[in-house]
Design a protein. Structure first.
Length: 76
């Protein structure tokens, strides 16, 4: 399971009308905060593992990849 939710739509920068919802991948600055968000928002996923990634990987691998795939990043 991933920390993923669907966006609420909203205006798209490339269009004048409402955009289709996109997947939002969540990133947390602190392991304890991620654990609390998991416990409170996804209680049916007790086996989910929280994984740390480096700032380099976030900035130069994850974020460009999410953008290229049309997804959004959600941060705390």
């Amino acid at each position: 399971m991933d920390f993923v939710a669907e966006s609420s739509g909203g205006p798209d920068e490339d269009a004048s009308d409402e955009a289709e919802p996109r997947d939002v991948y969540f990133f947390f600055s602190d392991r304890a905060y991620a654990a609390r968000a998991l416990r409170e928002n996804w209680p049916d996923a007790p086996g989910t593992k929280i994984t740390e990634i480096s700032l380099f990987d976030l900035l130069y691998r994850w974020l460009p990849g999410l953008n290229d795939d049309g997804h959004l990043a959600g941060t705390n």
